[in-house]
Write a protein that binds this ligand. Structure first.
Ligand SMILES: Cc1cc2nc3c(=O)[nH]c(=O)nc-3n(C[C@H](O)[C@H](O)[C@H](O)COP(=O)(O)OP(=O)(O)OC[C@H]3O[C@@H](n4cnc5c(N)ncnc54)[C@H](O)[C@@H]3O)c2cc1C
Length: 307
């Protein structure tokens, strides 16, 4: 066991965790980041919408952040997986799959989400390359194209209306009987958007580029890309659940505005908190949690020195 008591262990080294590490490093805190290297957006080639980094490769973003963290010798990164968090009074013991343990005063969970894609043959091949979850991330590159919309809940209707902002050549594929009010089909039809309810047999693609959506009746719809409403995401890391942290309505861990959960000293940020917060959101939440934690620790240390 590493005897030194750390200020913060950050579990997850995506944009959220790395952002928290930067502000905590700059606050002279002793910080460890443990990251197992399976970020949610690893399936995509370019990430968009982050100021000064529009179009950056997801891996490059992390490399730049890691490189800049080297300026802070008080921040150390481990490419390992956390398998246990134990709370002992006011401290935590965090254990990795290699048996390495860290004692720490605070823990930030920044472990993100995992997408569970529909069991449609060919879907995995296009996800992140021409079919995406978020139009703000990838809508610009697909603007004006013939697009497929995948989804079958009530809110697929507002999602389709939103996508119309980027392309008015849309077909909604519900992959089975539509679960929403039939009046919405007419509403979409009035904007020349067909709703195809026949189950999808497969997606045809080449090099990740969607070409056709083929139904079980053999109909083939030419589409060059698309968006999916619901990727049935789930937490990448379920230990906070075992510590008694409740889930919010978005499937994230419940916490306050700064990321503090119901368990003292344990924070959660990024997608793990919000389900899908995007790069800028994760960076902002990491910064916020880092500032709040540093403030707390500074106040605690001040009182300790007086005793
Ligand atoms: C296909 C796709 C495209 C996207 N495109 C964009 C885009 O263009 N722009 C945008 O703003 N957003 C985009 N996003 C969303 C964006 O990727 C996420 O919102 C963002 O990455 C969330 O950051 P995070 O730090 O919370 O989690 P992540 O980036 O997912 O990082 C979590 C990290 O925690 C690690 N981890 C998990 N469990 C453990 C454990 N037990 N021990 C150690 N490490 C662990 C994981 O390996 C991972 O490295 C996209 C998402 C997808 C799926």
């Amino acid at each position: 066991m590493d005897e030194a008591i750390l200020d913060v262990v950050i579990i997850g080294g995506g944009p959220g965790g790395l952002s928290a590490a930067l502000v905590l490093g700059r606050s002279c805190r002793n910080v460890v980041i443990v990251d197992k290297g399976t970020p949610r957006n690893r399936v995509t080639l370019e990430a968009h919408g982050l100021l000064t980094r529009d179009g950056v490769k997801p891996q490059e973003l992390r490399q730049i952040a890691r490189q800049q963290l080297k300026n802070y010798p008080n921040v150390t990164c481990f490419d390992e997986e956390v398998i246990q968090i134990e709370k002992h009074s006011k401290q935590y013991i965090v254990t990795t799959h290699l048996g390495r343990t860290f004692i720490t005063r605070r823990v930030i969970v920044a472990t993100g989400m995992i997408d569970e894609l529909p069991a449609i043959p060919g879907f995995r091949e296009v996800y992140g390359l021409s079919v995406f979850p978020c139009p703000y991330c990838d809508g610009w590159e697909r603007r004006g194209e013939p697009l497929a919309v995948f989804g079958n809940e009530e809110n697929v209707v507002p999602f389709t209306k939103l996508l119309y902002n980027w392309s008015n050549d849309l077909i909604l594929f519900t992959n089975g009987s539509a679960q929403f009010d039939p009046k919405f089909k007419q509403e979409l039809a009035a904007h020349a958007i067909a709703t195809v309810e026949t189950p999808i047999a497969k997606l045809q693609s080449a090099d990740g580029k969607l070409e056709k959506v083929i139904t079980e009746t053999g109909e083939a719809f030419s589409r060059t890309g698309g968006f999916i409403l619901n990727t049935r995401e789930k937490q990448a890391f379920d230990l906070p659940n075992q510590l008694g942290i409740q889930m919010n309505e978005r499937g994230g861990y419940e916490s306050d505005d700064h990321g503090l959960t119901s368990v003292e000293g344990l924070y959660v940020i990024g997608d793990a908190k919000n389900s899908f917060v995007g790069l800028a959101g994760a960076v902002g939440e990491g910064y916020e949690a880092g500032v709040v934690i540093n403030h707390e620790l500074a106040m605690e240390d001040w009182v300790q020195e007086e005793l």
